[in-house]
Design a binder for this molecule. Structure first.
Ligand code: CDP
Ligand code: MG
Length: 153
């Protein structure tokens, strides 16, 4: 199965710090395929929906303010085990606990400025992709690198 999809977002701090390129590269270099990307400021209501599961947490208002403070680079990446491996590429939620070599472990310090988001399950990835993208935003194509990345389809 090489068609699993995950929703990855570069948060406003990542965009403002010029980290769109370096973060994209981590996914490209690993062999994942970009199927959708857009820069957006979706507003509070959308962000509250995205983080609905965390609505009761004390950090929720600050999280929404942070996410609403500038443009977000929303993406969908596709490939084998994309959800779980995407989280590995991101690193731990708290950047101080993230291993060097991960995005948060290389580019962040505070949990409230951890530069990126990644879906935590296939089910949530599907929900998040549907929240952030229209079906026609997802581009269907065969990556020229496919047969060099995967031994078997
Ligand atoms: O983003 P991730 O799935 O790793 O973590 P989460 O538990 O789903 O939390 C979502 C986001 O809330 C984190 O990425 C942080 O930006 C923020 N957060 C925070 O500000 N303080 C915490 N103690 C926990 C999370
Ligand atoms: Mg999460």
């Amino acid at each position: 199965m090489s068609t699993e999809r995950t929703f990855i977002a570069i948060k406003p701090d990542g965009v403002q710090r010029g980290l769109v390129g370096p973060i994209l590269s981590r996914f490209e270099n690993r062999g994942y395929k970009l199927v959708a990307i857009k820069l957006m400021t979706p507003g509070k209501a959308h962000l509250e929906k995205h983080y609905a599961d965390l609505a009761g947490k004390p950090f929720f208002p600050g999280l929404i303010e942070y996410m609403n403070s500038g443009p977000i680079c929303a993406m969908v990446w596709e490939g084998r085990d994309a959800v779980k491996t995407g989280r590995v590429l991101l690193g731990a939620t708290n950047p101080l606990a993230s291993a060097p070599g991960t995005i948060r472990g290389d580019f962040a310090i505070d949990v409230g400025r951890n530069v990126c988001h990644g879906s935590d399950s296939v089910e949530n990835a599907e929900k998040e992709i549907a929240l952030w993208f229209k079906p026609e935003d997802l581009v269907s194509y065969k990556s020229a690198a496919f047969d060099w990345v995967y031994e078997k389809a």
